[in-house]
Design a protein around this ligand. Structure first.
Ligand code: DI6
Ligand code: FE
Length: 409
């Protein structure tokens, strides 16, 4: 499907079935006998082929999709893709009956990833991350969010974000970076969480903002991490630096993280297993997206499910993401993630597909640029060898991607 653009600079994908995912359209915004035209990396037409302006046919490089389905390129809006080594040893210990505390005492947990990340160079981080990124890309991912959070000091948070920023130079993909310095307490903080939050707000965030290393700021609001008051201090600084916020909220207990995120107008609140109705209502009012992360739920054998019905009832938009990380979600398949969201949490096929396209774009503040097949958006497409979109959610461990287009190429 390669080749140069036509003389007009136009590329045309015809004889396709489209799941446009356009907001307000019924279901998937399906168009039978559809076509997409793109110029300069942007969609100029997406709709019924027979209704396409004739001018768009002239000199276009035309690709016959032979009836295949086209969806927006997939978006993984929550990953911790940058890390060094892995924690398969902890997985084995847990399978042998060790508790999380025993694993932590043996030097495991987030702190072990902090140690390996600090020992790795920026080049090594990029090299170790690329196979994970390639796995996502192979399934049609065209945009990915990447968090720091295993550095936990100024130099290593910056190193992580610089490595994340380099990924889009290595691959044809859009990368959004998030500073998650408030992820865990590093060993040198010796238990003083408030002093560490001083460091995050007083020096790490301002430096990261000055060097434009992050597109957003995240935190982990949890008993084992930081309190709502501590997260609020991080968010106050983020707001002062003009950076949007998002939050790991209510994953293991209900600290009212969802409501806190909403109060700050967060792009998203993520995990949300323990979120209550007040939290859901606050998110709806603020337009904060609920990012559902079934990989972590599955991997740590959580039993409390996120309140999907509350989100529906209050009109909270739901995104679906891998949470790819070495400790609780060593997952690099957004297709499998959709299956988990459907099977474990009861999301519908339409909700799953919207969750990895339109709503994931919304969760990144990119809805005006990508996430649906509409004129004016980036020509980020995934072309699939399937008979119906439900197959993308139904299969486990099978990749029907036929072609992936990023910014028209
Ligand atoms: N929630 C999680 O599940 C991960 N981070 C977070 O905030 C855990 C990350 C790890 O164990 O490495
Ligand atoms: Fe996470």
């Amino acid at each position: 499907m390669g080749g140069e653009n036509g003389k007009s600079g136009l590329r045309l994908w015809r004889n396709a079935r489209l799941a446009t995912m356009a907001y307000g359209a019924a279901g998937l915004g399906t168009v039978e006998k559809g076509a997409i035209a793109a110029r300069d990396g942007l969609i100029v037409y997406a709709g019924v082929e027979a209704e396409m302006p004739a001018a768009l046919r002239q000199d276009a490089e035309t690709i016959d999709c032979e009836g295949r389905w086209i969806t927006p390129g997939l978006i993984d809006c929550h990953t911790h893709l940058i890390y060094a080594g892995n924690r398969a040893n902890e997985f084995e210990m847990r399978l042998a009956g060790a508790t999380y505390e025993e694993v932590a005492r043996a030097g495991g947990g987030i702190v072990s990833s902090v140690k390996s990340l600090r020992a790795a160079s920026e080049d090594e981080l990029v090299a170790q991350t690329l196979p994970r990124l390639d796995a996502l890309i192979a399934e049609g991912v065209t945009t990915v969010e990447v968090k720091s959070g295993y550095g936990l000091d100024l130099d290593n948070e910056k190193k992580s974000l610089r490595a994340a920023r380099r990924l889009d130079g290595e691959r044809q993909v859009t990368v959004r970076t998030t500073c998650l310095a408030a992820h865990a307490l590093p060993p040198e903080a010796k238990g003083d969480k408030d002093a560490f939050i001083d460091l995050v707000a007083g020096s790490i965030l301002p430096a990261v903002a000055a060097e434009k290393l992050a597109d957003a700021v995240d935190g982990f609001c949890e008993g084992i991490a930081f309190s709502p008051e501590q997260i609020a201090r991080v968010f106050d600084k983020a707001k002062a630096l003009d950076l949007p916020v998002k939050l790991h909220a209510d994953q293991l207990s209900n600290l009212h993280g969802a409501a806190l995120a909403a109060r700050y107008g967060a792009l998203s609140a993520d995990h949300l297993e323990y979120t209550d109705e007040e939290g859901a209502a606050a998110m709806a009012k603020a337009g904060t997206v609920a990012t559902i992360l079934p990989g972590a739920f599955y991997f740590i054998r959580e039993t409390k499910k996120p309140p999907v019905d509350l989100f529906r009832r209050h009109g909270v938009k739901m995104a679906v993401a891998t949470d790819s990380n070495p400790g609780t979600s060593p997952l690099t398949s957004l297709l499998l993630t959709m299956n988990m969201a459907a099977t474990l949490f009861g999301l519908t096929v339409d909700e799953c597909l919207a969750g990895v396209t339109r709503e994931a774009a919304r969760a990144l503040g990119l809805l005006d640029k990508t996430g649906t097949l509409e004129a004016g958006k980036s020509a980020d497409l995934a072309i699939w060898d399937i008979e119906r979109p439900a197959e993308l959610v139904y299969r486990m461990g099978f990749n029907p991607l036929h072609a992936r287009i990023w910014r028209g190429q």
